[in-house]
Design a protein around this ligand. Structure first.
Ligand code: NAD
Length: 436
């Protein structure tokens, strides 16, 4: 099939490259000219394992192309995906301006029937609003083209985006009564349904809510285990043993039970808050979701306060990990963005290392902190080490060597990746989360 994917960010770029990998002809469209120039040259604009290989293969086979001109690809395609950002707007309501711009551009320039598929995370009812805007523009133009709006929310995880897209747990498609659109979506995803990936059809409103409900549920699971950490610290218990004991119950499962400094990133914080705003508009109260958000913020700052209280004055602090999670360069809502200003304000200095996110962090803190070229360089002469992201690289470091390189001995493990006993044996003073 011939499709356009508008917005070549974390979601759109992966989707475009994966659809081409599945044999479709795909135009990746973005307003960012620099991004498109880099992509045309076969380079990925984000750090995402396996992605660059797919981009190069797609460009090589001719199935994948990139452009800044959506209008020019419309005559060629049958489906237009919108994968533009929906960042937090006023009062944390999802900012839908980019989604509406794409829908309106399609309506203004379409010269034939098309299907408009919304992949971005949008509040319930957004598909309906897009459809209204499209219909109004077509009417204004005196056109009778059919442009139904479909919801196809994205569930990929950054760092695992390519396998998640090529082997998704489920594909959710929301359509309000359009058999042609349903048939087209079935055909588009046939390479995945053929190998057993479930495709679930439902109403557009249900599909829009599935995304927010899933993210809020996962966030609640993280906040639940984090809620217990202050309690386990006071009672002489170990949160990791509790998570292991809970997770072996099949009804609970072990995933998302890792205590730490809470969730960050471009999805959970904004989706949880946006769902709360939508609920408010409908006069509904989501107390569990409210508490999820509150616990998450408190958890992050509870740990940071412990760090600040323990540091000597004018300490040199080594940070391991800057991105919000491993295997990505995404800095959106990363804990490091909260901790760095706090440390600097308190008169400390910071040397950081991250395998992928230093370039993006440098755009935010160009001069305020020092960037190291390895984890060991970061800890050299440091009074304290703070682990903020659980990159595998950090798990394997020899803690005895770390202690030798450091001036001080404080290890703050924000992701509980080390055994307290091993750290203490290396001569470090270990503080994890929820571990007494
Ligand atoms: P992003 O910021 O990485 O990418 C958005 C892209 O859209 C950018 O490249 C931007 O230049 C482009 N863009 C903006 N306006 C445009 C326009 N009018 N025309 C063409 N391009 C335009 O965002 P993202 O992380 O890929 O997220 C996209 C959507 O997917 C959001 O709604 C997000 O909530 C959702 N989502 C994200 C993830 C994730 O892990 N990042 C996972 C699931 C769902």
């Amino acid at each position: 099939m011939k499709i356009a994917v508008v917005g070549t960010g974390y979601v759109g770029l992966v989707s475009a490259a994966c659809f081409a990998e599945l044999g479709h002809t795909v135009a990746g469209v973005d307003i960012d000219e620099k991004k498109i120039a880099v992509l045309k040259g076969g380079k990925s604009t984000i750090y995402e394992p396996e992605l660059e290989e797919l981009i190069q293969r797609g460009l090589g086979s001719g199935l994948l192309s990139f452009t800044t001109d959506l209008k020019s690809v419309l005559p060629e395609v049958e489906i237009v995906f919108s994968a533009v950002a929906t960042p937090p707007g006023e009062g944390f309501k999802a900012d839908l301006r980019a989604v509406f711009t794409v829908a309106e551009t399609v309506a203004r320039n379409a010269e034939k029937d098309l299907i408009f598929v919304n992949k971005s995370t949008v509040p319930v009812g957004t598909g309906g609003k897009c459809e209204e805007r499209i219909a109004a523009i077509l009417k204004e133009r005196g056109k009778t083209h059919s442009i139904p709006v479909v919801s196809n929310p994205e569930f990929l995880r950054e760092g695992l985006a390519v396998p998640d897209t090529l082997m998704p747990d489920r594909i959710i498609v929301g359509i309000n009564g359009n058999d042609h659109a349903r048939g087209m979506m079935e055909e588009l995803y046939r390479p995945l349904t053929r190998v057993g990936r479930p495709l679930l059809f439902m109403s557009r409103e249900s599909a829009e809510i599935v995304k927010y409900a899933s993210n809020s549920f996962l966030a609640a699971k993280i906040s639940f285990i984090n809620m217990l950490t202050a309690f386990t610290e006071k009672t002489g218990a170990n949160i990791r043993d509790i998570a292991a004991g809970m997770g072996l119950d099949n009804r609970i499962g072990p995933k998302f039970l890792h205590a730490g400094i809470g969730y960050g990133g471009s999805c959970f914080p904004k989706d949880v808050k946006a769902l709360l705003q939508t609920a408010k508009e409908y006069g509904v109260s989501f107390e569990i979701v409210e508490a999820t958000d509150r616990v998450n913020t408190a958890q992050r700052f509870r740990f940071f306060e412990q760090i600040l209280a323990a540091l000597p004055s004018k300490a040199r602090v080594a940070l391991w990990g800057l991105s919000f999670k491993p295997r990505t360069d995404d800095m959106r809502e990363a804990p490091s963005l909260d901790l760095i200003p706090l440390l600097l304000k308190a008169g400390h200095s910071v040397t950081a290392y991250d395998p992928a996110a230093m370039e993006n962090t440098e755009k935010i803190f160009p001069k305020e902190i020092t960037y190291a070229s390895s984890p060991m360089e970061a800890v050299s002469g440091a009074d304290a080490l703070v682990v903020l992201t659980e990159w595998d690289l950090f798990r394997g470091q020899d803690l005895k060597e770390v202690k030798k390189a450091m001036k001080g001995k404080d290890l703050f493990d924000g992701r509980n990746i080390y055994e307290p006993k091993e750290a203490e044996e290396a001569g470090l003073k270990y503080r994890g989360i929820g571990i007494s």
